[in-house]
Every structure is written in C-alpha cells, then in structure tokens.
Ligand binder design. Structure first.
Ligand code: AMP
Length: 285
C-alpha cells in the first residue's frame, strides 16, 4: 500500500509525466469521475499490472453533462477515492478543478461522428463531445501509453477507439469487463442515488440481460423477439422507464435484425429518477 502523489494542476501533471517518460517509464491512465468503486479499482489494478506508472484521474467533467442532468448532485469524495487508490498502489491521482481544465477562453471541442449518433448519443446529444474532449485532454497531459476503460460504458469505448484511430493518438485502448455486485447489479457511482426499494428494482437490468442470453442460447435469432421480451421484463417490474433496449453489432454498434454472430444487448433504463445503463455481449451458442 502506497499513498499516491496527488496532482491538481494540469501543467504540473505534464511536467511530472515528462520526467517519468525520460526515465523510460510506461504510463497507464484510468479516466474516472470519482466516487470510486471496485469497477474503477479493477481498471486501476489493470493499469498498475500493465504499466510502470498508474495514473487515475478523478474529474467530474462538466461538459459531458447536459443542463438537466446530475452534474451538481454527482457524488464527490476525493479523500475517500485517494484512500481506495492507495490500496491498489496507484502512483498518481490527477484531480484538476473545472477552471483548470477549461480556463477562460476555452472554445475547442473534439467531435466524433458516426458511432456517437445512436443510443446514448440520441438521448444525450452533447455527451460524447464532452467525453471525447476531456479524454483527449487527459491523453495529452498524461502521455499515456495505455488507457483503461470499462465495458460498462460500451459505446464510450467504441467512441474512444474511433477517436484514437482517426486522430492518430498513440495510446493503446484496453477495455475491461463489467464488475457486478453478487446479485448482478453493475457497479456504478449512480447506484448511490437508489433507495433500497429502487435498488431491488434495478436488478431487472442484469436479469433481463441474462434472459436475453437465455433466449439467444435457446435458438432465438429474431432481434425484435429478444428485444420485446427484454422490454416486457423491464416494464413488468414497475417503477422503470426505458430509454432504449438495443441489440447491436458489438463492433459497429449498428442495430441488428437477425442474430447471426456475437451481439451486444445494451440498456438504458430509468429507475425512479436515476438513469442506469448496462450491457452484455452474447455469443449465439
Ligand atoms: P465513470 O467514473 O463513471 O466515468 O467511470 C470511469 C471508468 O470506470 C469508465 O471507463 C467506466 O466504464 C468504468 N466503470 C464504471 N463502472 C464500471 C463497472 N461496474 N465495471 C467496470 N468498469 C466500470
């Protein structure tokens, strides 16, 4: 267990990283918005295993929230996050202020087309511009050799991969599996918003993904049938509203009609006021 070095100033991070790079160290970056849980820690552990230096950024990025979303309410607990990261030997925690990341006069933006237009992008039209821009800034500041993302945000990984390929960013992208509670609920900082009752309701997300898998393994090949069954299970639970249920190609994220190869079933469901996402990649048996 080592206490990480905590850096708030972006130019200080850049300076520290060039020092480490000049010593030949490889850098692994884990971008997060804090309120860390074991899902985040699994990425920090992967960074530490694969690279000489693990950097975890903790930054609630204002530009990826729409005005009606939960930016103000989003949980912030930097000291607890630092304590958790010390347990997995993270070397550097980068925790900048919004003013430091977006100083007066900031007007630039990274826009990724194509894959951003569907699913999350259609419900949160400005979200991926905010994500791509902050991730590009973090890549520049950290000079990361490798960056680690969770498959929990499946579409986000596709967006970042596209950005890195299109803009020749020399950072390798690694996607890590979704970490779940024993009862199936995918870990999320937003689970903190759920009441005890809503938390029980929220289990329908992972349960319905399991049901989709069962149907596909039993031979169902019509995406519309699987989708309707998943939607019914979610709505029958009560206290839920569906933003989308999608059965997509895991590479292109295009909606499928026939299930031939691997598919990813993606969900965005509101449980009370809390919007949750989950997904599962399913191989036909
Ligand atoms: P966030 O703090 O929500 O922006 O998430 C930071 C990173 O942690 C993203 O790459 C997420 O996909 C990843 N992450 C969040 N929840 C999980 C989870 N349950 N399992 C694996 N990775 C996760």
């Amino acid at each position: 267990m080592t206490n990480p070095e905590v850096i708030h100033d972006p130019s200080e991070l850049a300076r520290r990283v060039s020092e480490l790079k000049s010593q030949g160290k490889t850098i692994g970056l884990v971008p997060t918005m804090g309120a860390l849980h074991y899902g985040h820690l699994s990425l920090a552990i992967a960074a530490k295993n694969d690279c000489d230096v693990a950097i975890v950024s903790v930054f609630v990025n204002p530009t990826q929230f729409a005005p009606n979303e939960d930016y103000d309410q989003y949980p912030r607990q930097l000291q607890a996050d630092i304590d958790l990261l010390s347990q997995v030997d993270t070397d550097i925690v980068f925790a900048p202020s919004p003013e430091a990341m977006y100083p007066r006069g900031f007007v630039s933006n990274v826009h990724v087309g194509g894959v951003t237009t569907r699913l999350e992008g259609s419900f949160r039209p400005t979200h991926f511009d905010g994500v791509a821009t902050v991730v590009m800034k973090l890549f520049q500041l950290s000079q990361a050799n490798v960056a680690f993302f969770g498959q929990k945000d499946f579409q986000q990984v596709a967006v970042i991969r596209r950005m890195v390929a299109d803009l020749n960013v020399p950072t390798e992208i690694i996607a890590c599996p979704i970490v779940r509670e024993a009862d199936g609920l995918a870990l999320s900082s937003r689970n903190k918003y759920l009441s005890a009752e809503e938390r029980k309701t929220a289990l329908v997300l992972s349960r319905s993904l399991g049901y989709a898998k069962e149907l596909i393994h039993k031979g169902e090949r019509e995406a519309a049938v699987v989708k309707a069954a998943v939607e019914k299970m979610i709505l029958d639970e009560g206290g839920t509203a569906i933003d989308y249920v999608s059965i997509s190609d895991p590479d292109s994220l295009q909606e499928m009609t026939r299930i031939a190869g691997n598919v990813v079933v993606l969900l965005a469901v509101r449980v009370g006021k809390t919007r949750l996402i989950d997904n599962m990649v399913i191989e036909p048996a």
